[in-house]
Design a binder for this molecule. Sequence first.
Ligand code: NAP
Length: 290
Amino acid sequence: MQEFPIVGIVGLGLIGGSLGLDLTRLGYRVLGVSRHSATCSAACRLGMAHLASTDWRILTRAEIVFTCVPIDQTLPSIEHLAQLLPPGVVITDVASVKEALVAPATQYWPWFVGGHPMAGGAQQGIQAAVPRLFQGRPYVLTPIAQTKSHALALVESVVQRLEPHLLHCDPRAHDQAVALISHTPVYVSAALVLAAGHTEPETRQLAQQLASTGFADTSRVGGGNPQLGLQMARYNRVHLLTHLQQYQRHLDQLKAALLAEDWPQVEHLLARAHDTRPGFVQARGIISPD
Ligand code: NAP
């Protein structure tokens, strides 16, 4: 065995391509699998993989495989890998939901470890991949009781080299927390963009010219990859609905204060928001990507 394990990546999009860029730079041998031969050529040319193919059999030489495909393709990909890979090869995923995936994936493949890098962007596909996407960002692993400790250790050793903020939690706790800080913002932001799109033409035209960083920040996640937003909701519907109801309650509270012209209450609520935000975004110097 060489110094670094041979890494396989299935799905050379934003996350898979970005992972490939970093791992080749760090000295790993990377084997990529895509549905399209043009993507395979691009991945090799751009330095995301040493070898890439539409034929999954190239992955039989890998020691660890990252599945970087849409959420609904994660279990089918793991099932497919389970028919190809020799026992003991570690599989990990990057999907944004964990509870629906980790237990069945571990049943198909006992050397599976759930993972989710909390890093991304509004674009998708190989052209959206960027180096050092995961650096300084949370990367959560979600082992369960059946997770093999040596599989977890191998995933940790590779992921650590991306210099993320590495955390561990159980799949359900993960889904509850990401519903709050990732999936609810997508739906709140999407509603904001839809509302902006439904204003009267004259107001909308001027607003489009005046829109600056504030609107760019608040609309970014709602204007992102629609398929990802849809799948987050389908796979994390209950927790998402719980947090949307909480959000609606607070919006109603703000609206009621405005209707009543209760300015001390408006100020109180805005001051609470001001004081609460740093606990989520400033502690580790999180800055919004474009
Ligand atoms: P993406 O840019 O669209 O990449 C996904 C890749 O999966 C595609 O480029 C494609 O690669 C492959 N794929 C295989 N089967 C597919 C199918 N039926 N339909 C579409 N693509 C298919 O998406 P991504 O943002 O990298 O997301 C991949 C995973 O990362 C998802 O599970 C998502 O939950 C997770 N994630 C996303 C973000 C984010 O902000 N975007 C953040 C953290 C985690 P080939 O063309 O090479 O086959």
